[in-house]
Design a protein around this ligand. Structure first.
Ligand code: MSP
Length: 650
């Protein structure tokens, strides 16, 4: 009989869809991916969830500025996260969006249930409101009259709202935290939450009047309000599993880990735990609050222009180096400062010199001494110390996963890399080959080295999946890493003799000193380049390859501009009429800062003719003009000589 797999559920926060993804977001998502992959190696059925938080004031505001519907705005924006996760090799099992029906249905159901049970009531409310954070504060919460969280101005607001009776769960929550050591980690953060719970816990305002904020999930019992964005967002962790009944029977609740940044611990530890208590679900088993990345000691922010863009890092250094660096450099739970120099340092020392070199030298010795074939060991009883070192190392790594101590796990794995390098040096295969008795020992040494590398490759797989797979390919092993699993590390000698190895390219090429300055300048300038608001960002690297028929789906036509005028209240947009031979198209183009309307009349341009029309500043745009953004100067694509209108451009 097949034994059902044990289940394991891990989540990241759902990211604000409006934000441009940066290394802070990538950090949590990579950390969750590592644990998800590790659990799969241990034969668990894993559910790994990430997604986007799509309601609230900021999304509405951004969509209004662009003159488009908020739904169209989020439909576009959420893809930036999805695409980045694919690039970073994130193995999430689902991606939830709070504008999806499955999510809205459960939020509505929970609200109605709590309302029917009188856990939600209406009251008049006066408080200080921070619009960017979408949070109410009391007078005593304010710091110098500003929002205690973001230090921005707050407004005094008086209105009727709905409240969730959160305060009544205070004693239960305190007791729960105190009697479950691992519920909130690290311990310092747990103490902070307990400190917060020393003050009386007020009820939670869970509504916003629709007239002030129409972009949200309507309250089922009063359509003139929408749901407070945090009450809506937190439910994502269960809405992904369907109805409350399905969640209980799914085997994925309680969740094993919610990974999150320290800034959103209170919302999870207090709001989320009490909501769950009220609806009768168990609290999460663990909330792990990690620290924040700063850049040269400064908070990352779009306005300062210092956000570190993961795509640029990947283009320059490769995915696995980034995954490794983020989790190796700073203990999970503490703040850390990001620097490209430190990243290059780790690539050269840990990846190129230690691990890369171990693989290269082993491959070249098996090639030279054993005709590229993993030899049969002369004795399986020798080298007990080496085998013991690995046994201990693997046990320690397994324990460290319990506390998500990623940097210690990597440190411990690298001790095994060092052990293997030392084993080679001590045995000196280059001397053993010189004598007949030495050759006997050589076979054992090379076999054991190959097995060490296989073990290391399994251990690094959660952190660096592509590199681990490449190592397996070079060792000539076809069984997938997940199939081998942690189980295959229990006894020494899984690797079979007689296999043909496939030496390949260097895994992690060293970054030479002479290139460092050039690389640093290039990544830093790409990062600082005029970080633009969403939708106006250009991708710097070449996009992924597509097939010709995918390209041919884009219908590009020549067209002549026959009318052009400015759009009131818009600095950027012009309204154009473009003759494309068979019809006249109205196009709203963001070129007003670079072209005067009169300059454009009779100009031949290239129009994307089969784009779904959108509204910009309330005006329908039936196509898009091709143009290059030359350091902020928009230049329209054109021809020389000039063709007729309506010709297809390929
Ligand atoms: N949408 C909410 C979460 C709702 S979860 C039900 C939110 N989104 S966020 O996009 O602002 O932040 C998401 C996560 O990114 C948070 O865990 C936050 O701590 C993390 N980070 C944002 N900037 C960061 C750094 N500079 N460094 C590390 N993590 C940071 O909050």
């Amino acid at each position: 009989m097949k034994i059902p797999k044990k289940k394991f559920y891990i989540t990241t926060p759902i990211y604000y869809v409006n934000d441009v993804p940066h290394i802070g977001h990538a950090y949590t998502t990579i950390a969750a991916d590592v644990t998800a992959r590790y659990k799969r190696l241990n034969n668990y059925k894993v559910f790994f969830l990430t997604g986007t938080d799509e309601h609230g004031q900021k999304v509405l505001q951004a969509a209004r500025e662009l003159g488009i519907e908020p739904q169209d705005h989020v439909d576009k924006l959420h893809n930036r996260f999805k695409e980045l996760w694919a690039r970073l090799n994130i193995s999430n099992d689902d991606f939830i969006r709070t504008t999806e029906k499955r999510h809205q249905t459960l939020v509505t159901h929970i609200l109605q249930k709590l309302y029917d049970r009188k856990e939600i009531y209406k009251d008049s409310y006066e408080g200080w409101y921070c619009t960017p954070d979408e949070r109410f504060w009391t007078e005593k919460d304010l710091v110098n009259g500003n929002c205690p969280d973001c230090n921005r101005k707050v407004e005094k607001i008086q209105e009727h709202n709905y409240f969730f009776k959160m305060g009544q769960h205070q004693d239960w929550l305190k007791k729960y935290i105190k009697s479950n050591n691992k519920f909130i980690q690290p311990a310092s953060r747990r103490n902070e939450v307990l400190g917060f719970l020393e003050k009386p816990l007020s009820d939670l305002c869970i509504s916003r009047p629709k007239e002030r904020l129409p972009w949200g999930i309507p309250l089922p019992f009063d359509e003139s309000y929408v749901t407070y964005v945090w009450f809506d967002a937190l439910i994502n962790y269960i809405s992904v599993h369907g109805t409350l009944e399905k969640i209980e029977s799914s085997g994925f609740w309680p969740v094993n880990h919610h990974l999150l940044g320290k800034d959103i611990l209170t919302t999870h530890a207090v709001y989320w735990s009490t909501i769950l208590k009220a609806i009768g679900l168990d609290p999460p088993l663990n909330l792990f609050a990690h620290g924040w990345w700063t850049i040269n000691g400064q908070k990352m922010s779009k306005s300062v222009g210092n956000t570190v863009e993961p795509n640029i890092l990947v283009d320059q250094f490769g995915v696995d180096a980034i995954r490794y660096f983020l989790l190796r450099e700073v203990p999970f739970g503490l703040d850390g400062d990001f620097s490209h120099k430190a990243l290059i340092g780790r690539i050269n020392s840990d990846l190129a010199n230690n691990l890369g070199n171990l693989l290269n030298r082993t491959m070249s010795m098996i090639k030279r001494y054993h005709d590229q074939i993993i030899p049969e060991p002369n004795s399986r009883a020798e080298d007990a110390d080496l085998k013991n070192e690995f046994k201990l190392g693997i046990e320690t790594v397994q324990k460290l996963y319990g506390d998500l101590a990623y940097h210690k796990i990597l440190e411990r794995i690298w001790l095994l890399v060092d052990t293997t390098n030392k084993y080679i040096d001590t045995n000196s295969p280059w001397n053993l080959i010189k004598s007949e008795s030495g050759k006997q020992r050589l076979a054992t040494v090379m076999y054991n080295t190959a097995e060490c590398i296989r073990s290391i490759s399994i251990l690094i797989y959660p952190f660096m999946p592509k590199s681990a797979e490449t190592i397996m390919e070079q060792l000539g092993i076809e069984t997938s890493i997940e199939e081998q699993g942690m189980e295959s590390l229990k006894t020494w000698g899984w690797i079979k003799s007689g296999r043909n190895i496939q030496p390949g390219l260097q895994l992690f090429p060293r970054i030479e000193d002479k290139d460092v300055e050039k690389i640093l300048k290039s990544v830093e300038s790409l990062n600082n380049k005029d970080q633009k608001p969403p939708m106006l960002i250009e991708t710097e690297g070449i996009c992924d390859q597509i097939l010709i028929d995918e390209f041919m789906k884009v219908d590009l036509r020549t067209g002549k501009i026959i009318e052009a005028e400015k759009i009131k209240k818009s600095k950027k947009l012009l309204k154009l009429k473009v003759d494309i031979g068979t019809e006249i198209r109205q196009v709203v183009a963001g070129i007003a800062e670079c072209y005067e309307p009169d300059q454009l009349i009779n100009r031949t341009v290239i129009l994307v003719a089969n784009l779904k029309p959108v509204k910009l500043m309330g005006i329908e745009s039936q196509g898009m003009l091709l143009a290059a953004n030359n350091n902020g100067q928009i230049v329209l694509a054109g021809f020389d000589p000039i063709p007729n209108q309506g010709i297809r451009v390929r």
